[in-house]
Design a protein. Sequence first.
Length: 418
Amino acid sequence: MAIKIPVMNNAQRHLRPSIQSLAGSQIREVVNSALDQTSILKFWFGESDEVTHPAVREAAIASLQAGETFYAANLGLFELREAVAAYMARLHGSLANLIDVNRIAITSGGVSGLMLATQSIVDAGDEVVCVTPIWPNLPQQARIMGARVQAVSLYAEAGEWKLNMHALCEAITPATKLLLINAPNNPTGWTLTRCEQQMILDHCRTTGTWIVADEVYERLYYEPMEAGNLNGGINHPHGCAPSFLDIALPEDRLIVTHSFSKSFLMTGWRLGWLVVPPSCLDALGKLIEFNTSCAPSFVQRAALEALKREAEITPPLVAHFKRCRDTLIPLLQALPHVQVRAAKGGMYAFFKIEGFDDSLALAKRLVAEAKLGLAPGCAFELTPNGAAGGWMRWCFASQDVARLTQGVLQLRQWLEKQ
Ligand SMILES: Cc1ncc(COP(=O)(O)O)c(C=O)c1O
């Protein structure tokens, strides 16, 4: 006799509404459209094609060989937390804003750090303000928590991205639980000035709003340091982008998120850190227990080695990325119908191709017809309707600068056929 299975509703319909309505990554959608395509020049992901420093890889191997295969402390290896605190204090510490180990939590990637920060602050129904364009993970995490996210959009003036401070301060009211802000910015490279940071901090102090400042690109900064930003102490010409940590006090409602991915070439290792008010560290340790429990010890050993070799790894990398940027931008500017300006920080050219109104469709066509892999502007919450015109993001962190030149040639040839 056949067993009767009761008719059930489709399980997916019973997931939380904020999960059901979660939008997938549009960068992945472009990548997936290219699965059967060969010989594509890929600039779609935010990472260099250079492998992690050999000594850093060796440190991970040595840790595994020594048998470090067990659970570690929730907040991370004490030694690594101390090294991160010393690094952050060298960049941003001051008498007023002491940065020590009691403010550092090691996380499983920058993205996990951002999620932990959001989980710590946001309840369902809370209001969150977010400066866009932005890497979508930040607002999406807030939506996963059930928050309502209001975007305040940067505007482009003669190709340069700017923030309307008046509009931002108007959007942040006492009802605003959290401001999500990423500078240097993915995708635009826009960077906050010290003066803008001070205004935002002052305003958020009056409204009681938390700031989660995503500063993972702070070392990928190509401008001379701003006057008054003298506490970088970093021995190379470009130093570090202005940080909220330079002006905040330890108990300000500020969480700064960081990653080993970008300035230490460690994207696949999944390691980052948070700088938090000292009074919040214990709660954060508990939250890490219920998310990832801890970051792997061997990855943390590798990160410790990376920090020891910071002067050997990061400044040459930044100098190379600057060469990449300075190669790519003039070539793009010389193309017909393309608008772009050199970004102050980050690793991207964010540019508009006139005459196209759907960036996702454009990115897919570029893959199929020009063999060029770029990220569509719509992936970065550029406009409320998501189409984002002909905006494209090009990651210029290429070991071989000639790849960039070749990519622009393919774009030019494609544009000439349109
Ligand atoms: C703005 C921004 N924040 C955070 C991250 C997270 O980096 P990861 O999770 O690799 O540490 C990224 C990665 O692309 C990013 O662009």
